[in-house]
Design a protein around this ligand. Structure first.
Ligand code: TYM
Length: 338
């Protein structure tokens, strides 16, 4: 399995954690797992080099603090493995222009950037994502030939494109890639903004009040949850249409606590929003405080982080190089000779 996350903020947020990262930690025990901090994707919008460098390290530290174990899982930085960009070029040459133009994330992001600010990199972003995934296709004979990608709901369309490209490549050039399966969690696939509960919680679009950062201090975390937008009623019940705010909080609570939404509705029947929010805030603080503390400690030892990344790059490169050898041969590139 493979998944990726962009180092585009000073902290991951609650949506990243519940939609994806928690599954990453669980799946390292059951899968041959590759986790990639996608810095090439992060430069598809304007960025500051020093900030990117810092955020990439903070991203890696958070992943380790959440429980990824570099002995069991391969944690690496995308730009350390140049095959990602190389395969993206090849896949770009079998992607239709119209097909890429239908990607809703591109349409959303480019409409925000305006025509002048939209880059070719932003347009081809999903093709690079397809390359990230397909490079880690298991070899025949490596056991079950499946490729799983744990992500939130917003990545579903990119995963569909990846499947299409895998199949198209296989049809044209011979069986090479395993079409990946999206592994999207049930309850927490789309955590919404605390202030705008119809919109996705998002690094780029949410206001600071709408987003809970993993690395946030407990005080502001509690405040944001207590101030989360709810409806004018007082019943803690799930209703996506009429009670989007409380429904989002119920989903978050259920995902963190392990209780079902129905159990929570019963637990809070008649107690109003205040107690419910207070308990939820405590749950979020208890989940993220140890992660914040471990992250800060890990960031104190840069050499250790660098060692983890060197090991990750070496392991990822081994697999990526092998896949690219096959790809080059299949598409008809002449070997270098010896
Ligand atoms: P990114 O960096 O935006 O988000 C990382 C992961 O968090 C999930 N996510 C959410 N889940 C639930 N609710 C939310 N509000 C929420 N916001 C974000 C995302 O679905 C994602 O799983 N294109 C990817 C990065 C990427 C990638 C890959 C992913 C590059 N290459 C290869 C998988 C495989 C992205 O922008 O994620």
């Amino acid at each position: 399995m493979l998944s990726g996350i962009q180092p585009t903020a000073d902290s991951f947020h609650l949506g990243n954690y519940l939609g994806a990262l928690r599954q990453w930690v669980a799946m390292q025990d059951t899968h041959d797992a590759f986790y990639c901090v996608v810095d090439l994707h992060a430069i598809t919008v304007e960025h500051d080099p020093a900030v990117l460098r810092r955020r990439t390290k903070v991203a890696v530290a958070q992943l380790l603090a959440m429980g990824l174990d570099p002995e069991r899982a391969t944690v690496f930085v995308q730009s350390h493995v140049p095959e990602h960009a190389e395969l993206a070029w090849v896949l770009g040459c079998i992607t239709g222009f119209g097909e890429a133009g239908r990607m809703t994330q591109f349409k959303d992001k480019s409409s925000k950037q305006g025509t002048g600010g939209t880059t070719v990199g932003l347009f081809t972003y999903p093709i690079l994502q397809a390359a990230d995934i397909l490079l880690y296709t298991p070899e025949p004979g490596e056991g079950e030939r499946a490729l799983r990608v744990p992500v939130g709901e917003d990545q579903r369309q990119h995963l569909e494109l990846t499947r299409d490209l895998a199949q198209r490549f296989n049809n044209r050039f011979g069986e090479t890639f395993v079409p990946p399966e999206a592994h999207i969690p049930r309850g927490a696939a789309k955590i919404t903004d605390l202030q705008e509960p119809e919109a996705k919680m998002s690094k780029s679009a949410s206001s600071p009040q709408g987003i809970i950062d993993v690395l946030e201090e407990p005080g502001p975390m509690r405040k944001k949850i207590m101030r989360a937008v709810t409806d004018t009623g007082s019943d803690v019940v799930y209703d996506e249409e009429k009670k989007a705010g409380i429904t989002n909080l119920l989903r978050i609570y259920a995902a963190l606590d392990g209780a079902s939404v129905q159990e929570l509705e019963q637990r809070y029947a008649g107690s109003g929003y205040g107690q419910f929010k207070k308990d939820l805030a405590q749950l979020v603080v208890d989940t993220f405080t140890p992660i914040r503390e471990r992250t800060l400690k890990l960031l104190d030892d840069e050499q250790q982080l660098d060692r983890v990344l060197a090991l990750g790059a070496e392991r990822a490169s081994g697999v990526a190089a092998r896949t690219m050898d096959t790809v080059r041969d299949r598409v008809g590139f002449v070997g270098r000779g010896r």
